[in-house]
Design a protein around this ligand. Structure first.
Ligand code: AMP
Length: 150
C-alpha cells in the first residue's frame, strides 16, 4: 500500500521511511582511517555517518576522501591508514533532518546526497533517510495511479 496514495507528499513523515540508527553502520571520530575503510569496504557503502563518543552526529566519511588522503605523489601511503584518524578527514558540512520533517523535505535533500542523516533535538544520531527509500515510495505511487487509470 502506498503512503502517498492517502496523504500529500508534505504530510508523510520521514518517520515512516527512515533506517533506524541501530541498523546503520557508523564509525567514530577517534577510529583510525583503516577501521573506517574496512567498514566501508565490508559493508559496500560509499559513505557512513561519523559519531562522537556520546553518539552525537558529527559528519560523514566516504571511501573517496580516505583514498585521496593516503594518495601520495606516485603511490598510496598505506601507513597513513593507521596514523590518521577519522576526525582529521571527515566531512562535517552535511545537511541533517529530523523525524518530524516531511517526505518533501527529504526529497529536496536527497537531490544532492544519496542519504541524509537524521538527528534528534539534542543532536543525537537517529538514523538515515536514503534516496532509494524515497524513490521506492514515489514509484509505488506511480504504479498505483497508473493502475487506477487503466
Ligand atoms: P542505498 O540507497 O541503499 O544504495 O544507500 C545509499 C547510501 O546510503 C549508501 O551508499 C550508504 O552510504 C548509505 N547507507 C544506506 N544504508 C546504510 C546502512 N544500513 N548503514 C550505513 N550507511 C547506509
Amino acid at each position: 500500500m502506498s503512503l502517498i496514495q492517502d496523504k500529500q507528499l508534505a504530510e508523510i513523515s520521514i518517520n515512516d521511511l527512515l533506517i533506524p540508527s541501530e541498523k546503520v553502520a557508523h564509525v567514530q571520530l577517534n577510529n583510525p582511517l583503516e577501521h573506517a575503510l574496512l567498514v566501508l569496504v565490508k559493508s559496500g557503502y560509499s559513505a557512513v555517518p561519523v559519531l562522537d563518543a556520546s553518539y552525537k552526529l558529527v559528519g560523514i566519511i566516504g571511501k573517496t576522501v580516505i583514498l585521496n588522503q593516503i594518495l601520495g605523489l606516485e603511490n598510496f601511503e598505506i601507513e597513513k591508514l593507521s596514523s590518521m584518524k577519522v576526525k582529521e578527514v571527515l566531512n562535517r558540512d552535511i545537511p541533517t533532518l529530523t523525524r518530524e520533517n516531511s517526505l518533501l523535505d527529504g526529497l529536496n535533500a536527497v537531490i544532492d546526497h544519496p542519504f541524509i542523516c537524521l538527528v534528534d533535538k539534542e543532536g543525537y544520531f537517529d538514523g538515515i533517510l536514503t534516496r532509494r527509500a524515497i524513490l521506492k515510495e514515489i514509484k509505488k505511487n506511480i504504479y498505483v495511479n497508473s493502475y487506477k487509470k487503466h
